[in-house]
Design a protein. Structure first.
Lengths: 590, 337
């Protein structure tokens, strides 16, 4: 009797283990056009747990805007052409190849044959046409829609045959294949009904059953526990194989824990409850580095990111607003020599040392050293000089009283506030350093920490601020996503939003250069145009660039194929290749 | 008992005198950054070098190495007493340059280490203590003044006056003051000078805190107003104001003193909480609250123990005031029996 009970228990345990392990990968069959991931090797099994800062808001890839949702969705979905985060170059994904017409307007994509969504349904051109119809639908209001509308006209998508799709752009568009990165292909068989009924925005919420969600990414939804975690399991039909012709991904499961903050992520990592942190501050990186001997963690410093932190002065048109106090100070902010003096007085090296613990780089332009393909290395990097700053102010009719206070030409003391997000300790530190730096010029600066949404509201909506410290960039190395910031009509043209006409000749020139680079197909010519844009920005300082942090990540020593990149998603871009090492492999890797 | 009282008086006087003369006691300017020495550990005082003992303590400079800071022993710097240093305003009025102790440049003496900007933590604890303790005392005075006026009036007149004033105290006691302050802050200009912030903090904490003392005072007044000497004075034609001032206020003085000793540490904690959340005094002016706010970062909390110094100072202050309250309470009870 006891033997039967033991046997039953053993069977139950084995069944439990098998169920926890998730579905086994399908053996590749000859009808599938699979992508072979060159040198990748690993072995199956294991669950990778990642501590996330927040809970995703949706699982719908078309309407997701927050980083956490996109990080989870990105593992369940795939795009036609992908930007390889390591090489920063495009590579085939669901489209095995593509051809561009000589005028750069027509793209013909060949889709992989025989591949299937994670629910086993075949993928073909109808899914692609459906997906683009959804992305470009005004009623759905996808954040990616703007990218697909060029000169106010949408690109046209035509099905040529079951596995060929043609895209026609309204005009030539440089690096157009990069547009396809991040546009998840949707299963028409699951979403067409909700789209036709006008309920697409409500589709694939966090409450949707796992069986109703399918994608072409390496994982599929297994379980969502509100307030705790999202568990993804292996997509058994994924379209990539490794060097041994074994179907990826290696991991059985990928779990995202909701832990709340970066500090909580670090504590969970130290406690062994999570195995990876995608992005770390330098303080936490250094903390884990000090414990390297104990934890044997894999720490990765990938060098400067593409993000740029900057100080921006409010130069918006405030005539329609009742902001007289700010408007009076705008005569300083619009004075180029004033901005140049502020820039000259800021000690960027100290920012890198004290804010980023030397794990960052000072910036004098919008493109940092992390973007090797596009950075204009001719932009000067002047050292901090309070004397030079004083000369600039003097030449702009500023003076000092006996107490050393800076006065403008009408004798009014120069005093302004800098707002910044109170939850971002690094920017708070930057503000305090700048406050001290500018006190040497006799400027009285007040640092005002505000809740993040309040900062965004003041900078983008009410314009009720004098100066702000913010950060932009980081999405892609290509200049096209920067159109939004530097062109007059851009929605992130922060120093002067809703500008109808360029306010100055240099802004007009930037508008022309950015438009020109967008339709220039030759990299060398584009680089020349974008170099000039960077030069104009560095000369006229609409933003005073401060510094960029390094991309820092950490993983448990048992995580194999851990290769972070400087582009988002920093560590999970190759989630299909990650695997759990055996203890012997971990020891050997050390 | 006498020894305990004497120790208490010494501690109280010592604490407040140190904070009052913070500029003199502190060796550095609390706002001066030394960007080469972020998070430097406390400077060690030495009495022995390679050759002999020294009566006068000396220090070595911190130098940054790949594994953190180390003492650069090539040159020692004796600690000077009553020495010159950075300028400050004694008692906020007189320009002065004399400091209790200091070392010659380029060395620095940071008895409690430095913060993330290389600012001397000891000097900032003293300077921050001026703000935090002064805010606590001023808010207490305000709360007790308002509380005793409303408490005496409510207890003396009774009926509708009593009911309406006590209703108001219930309203104030149930107010979530942190959220209330967040709301108040949203209506104010973006940046306020430290002096205005200090006044605002004091007023808000004091005005929200009047309710509890008012209820206690009212309780005593209720029993005092029917005492024979009060009734006798009233029958002789004493006015209400005269009766309240001459006969009833002395009855509640003991209670007010005890309440003051209890409320000061509580309001210091209130100021610290507000500054900790960025609602109080902002950088670069130091307060115990904004100094402690850097410890919200896990890496700072577990790495630099000396940055807990403002919390230790707050605990010491609270303990002194608690003992004072206890002593006052015992003495008043003894007197009344």
């Amino acid at each position: 009797m006891k033997a039967i009970a033991r046997l039953t228990l053993l069977v139950c345990l084995l069944a439990g283990v098998c169920m926890a392990a998730g579905p086994s990968p399908e053996k590749p069959n000859p009808g599938e056009e699979l992508e072979r991931a060159g040198q990748v090797s690993g072995h199956y099994g294991g669950n990778l747990t990642i501590g996330g800062r927040a809970e995703p808001k949706t699982l719908n890839p078309v309407i997701a805007t927050d980083t956490v949702s996109r990080e989870v969705i990105g593992r369940m979905m795939a795009d036609l052409i992908d930007i390889n985060r390591a090489s920063q170059q495009t590579e085939p994904a669901l489209a095995k190849s593509w051809k561009t017409s000589p005028d750069g307007r027509m793209f013909t994509l060949q889709l992989r044959k025989g591949i299937r969504f994670s629910d086993g349904h075949p993928f073909d051109a109808d899914d692609v046409v459906f997906s683009f119809a959804v992305y470009m639908d005004e009623n759905v209001d996808s954040p990616q829609r703007d990218l697909l509308i060029i000169d106010g006209k949408p690109l046209t998508v035509t099905k040529v045959d079951q596995y060929t799709v043609r895209f026609i752009l309204p005009r030539p568009y440089a690096a157009a294949e990069r547009l396809f990165d991040g546009l998840a292909m949707l299963p028409k068989h699951l979403l067409e009904k909700s789209y036709r009924e006008g309920k697409f925005v409500q589709a694939w919420s966090l409450n949707t059953a796992a069986s109703e969600i399918a994608g072409l990414g390496p994982f599929r939804l297994k379980q969502y526990v509100p307030g705790q975690r999202v568990v993804l399991e292996r997509n058994p039909y994924y379209w990539k194989v490794d060097s041994q012709n074994e179907r990826l991904p290696y991991l059985d499961e990928l779990t995202f824990l909701f832990v709340g903050s970066e500090d909580a992520q670090v504590m969970r990592f130290e406690a062994g409850e999570s195995s990876m942190i995608s992005r770390l501050s330098s303080d936490n990186y250094n903390l884990l580095a000090r414990e390297r001997d104990r934890m044997r963690a894999q720490l990765a410093d990938m060098g400067p990111s593409l993000e740029y932190n900057f100080l921006v002065f409010n130069q918006n048109d405030l005539r329609s607003k009742k902001l007289d106090a700010v408007a009076q100070k705008q005569q300083w902010f619009r004075e180029l020599k004033f901005r140049q003096a502020v820039s000259a007085a800021i000690d960027r090296d100290s920012i890198v040392r004290l804010v980023y613990g030397t794990r960052g780089a000072p910036l004098w332009g919008n493109v940092g050293p992390g973007n090797k393909q596009w950075v204009n290395t001719a932009i000067p990097h002047p050292q901090r000089s309070v004397d030079a700053a004083r000369q600039l102010l003097k030449s702009a009719s500023f003076s000092w009283n006996q107490a050393g206070q800076l006065l403008d030409s009408s004798g009014k003391p120069v005093e302004f506030s800098i707002i910044t997000s109170s939850s971002n300790t690094q920017r708070m530190k930057m503000a305090t350093l700048i406050q001290d730096d500018l006190s040497h010029l006799g400027m009285q600066v007040h640092v005002v920490p505000l809740e993040f949404r309040a900062v965004i509201d003041r900078v983008f909506q009410s314009f009720d601020y004098e100066a702000a410290i913010m950060a932009l960039g980081g999405g892609d190395a290509d200049p096209n996503p920067e159109m939004n910031v530097w062109t007059t009509s851009g929605t992130s043209h922060l120093w002067h939003l809703h500008e109808t006409e360029p306010a100055s000749p240099w802004e007009r020139e930037i508008d022309q250069l950015m438009q020109q680079q967008m339709i220039t197909l030759d990299y060398g010519k584009r680089k020349q145009l974008y170099d000039r844009v960077q030069q104009l920005i560095a000369e006229h300082l609409p933003f005073i660039f401060l510094a960029t942090p390094n991309i820092l990540a950490v993983a448990n020593p048992r995580v194999g194929n851990f290769h972070p990149a400087v582009l988002d998603p920093y560590t999970l871009w190759n989630a299909d290749e990650l695997y759990i090492r055996t203890p012997i492999e971990s020891a050997a890797a050390r | 008992m006498r020894a305990k009282t004497a120790s208490l008086i010494v501690a109280l006087v010592g604490l407040h005198l140190t904070l009052l003369l913070a500029g003199f006691v502190a060796p550095c300017d609390p706002g001066a950054q030394d960007r080469d020495l972020p998070y430097a550990p406390p400077t060690r005082l030495h009495f022995v070098d390679a050759s002999s003992w020294h009566l006068r303590p000396f220090v070595y400079r911190w130098s940054a190495g790949p594994d953190g800071y180390f003492e650069n022993k090539r040159q020692s710097f004796p600690v000077h007493f009553l020495t010159g240093g950075p300028a400050y305003k004694l008692l906020g009025i007189f320009e002065a340059k004399w400091h209790l102790f200091g070392v010659d440049e380029p060395a620095r003496i940071a008895l409690l280490g430095t913060d993330g900007f290389g600012r001397d933590e000891f000097s900032r604890v003293l300077s921050g203590g001026q703000i935090s303790v002064a805010a606590g005392i001023a808010a207490t005075l305000l709360a007790l003044l308002a509380g005793s006026i409303f408490g005496i009036v409510a207890g003396y007149y009774g009926r509708l006056t009593d009911e309406s004033l006590m209703g108001a105290t219930e309203l104030f006691l149930s107010l979530p003051w942190l959220y209330f302050l967040l709301g108040v802050r949203a209506f104010l200009p973006l940046h306020l000078s430290p002096a205005r912030t200090f006044l605002l903090l004091t007023c808000v904490i004091g005005l929200i805190g009047w309710a509890r003392p008012a209820r206690l005072v009212r309780g005593i007044v209720l029993s005092a107003r029917s005492r024979n000497y009060v009734l006798a004075a009233r029958s002789f034609g004493g006015s209400d104001v005269y009766l309240m001032w001459r006969h009833i206020l002395p009855e509640v003085l003991g209670l007010l003193l005890t309440q003051a000793a209890l409320l000061v540490p509580r309001y210091i904690a209130a100021e610290v909480t507000l500054s900790f959340f960025g609602l109080g005094v902002n950088e670069p002016v130091a307060s115990w609250g904004n100094m402690l706010s850097t410890l919200q970062q896990y890496s700072v909390l577990v790495s630099y123990a000396w940055l807990l110094a403002p919390a230790a100072a707050m605990v010491v202050t609270s303990v002194i005031y608690s003992i004072l309250a206890d002593t006052l309470h015992s003495r008043l009870e003894f007197r009344s029996t």
